[in-house]
Design a protein around this ligand. Structure first.
Ligand SMILES: [Zn+2]
Ligand SMILES: [Zn+2]
Length: 99
């Protein structure tokens, strides 16, 4: 399992510096452009999730670590299972943001 929390936090501070407004993908901490899944999400996660639900491809995903992978910008490609599950959890959560 690749856990790179440091890279994620570096990405975070960069986004704060450049944008002023924090726009961070709630899934992998990459820079996000817009709201998806009830929170900020990057284009990569958005496209990944769309691909995953097409033809129910996500049903064939398997995790080698009992679903305990943490998803970061560097590890997001390592485990499709945990990534799609994480996005699914976020979507299931009630929205608290007022837009
Ligand atoms: Zn992302
Ligand atoms: Zn996993």
């Amino acid at each position: 399992m690749v856990v790179d929390q440091q890279a994620a936090s570096v990405q975070y501070s960069q986004a704060v510096k450049h944008g002023g407004v924090v726009k961070i993908c709630g899934v992998c901490s990459d820079r996000a452009k817009s709201l998806h899944f009830g929170g900020m999400a990057c284009d990569s996660c958005k496209a990944f999730f769309r691909r995953s639900v097409q033809n129910e491809a996500y049903k064939h995903f398997r995790c080698s670590y009992e679903g305990r992978c943490s998803i970061t910008i560097t590890s997001r490609k390592c485990c499709q299972y945990c990534r799609v599950r994480y996005i699914g959890r976020r979507m299931a959560e009630p929205r608290h943001e007022c837009l």
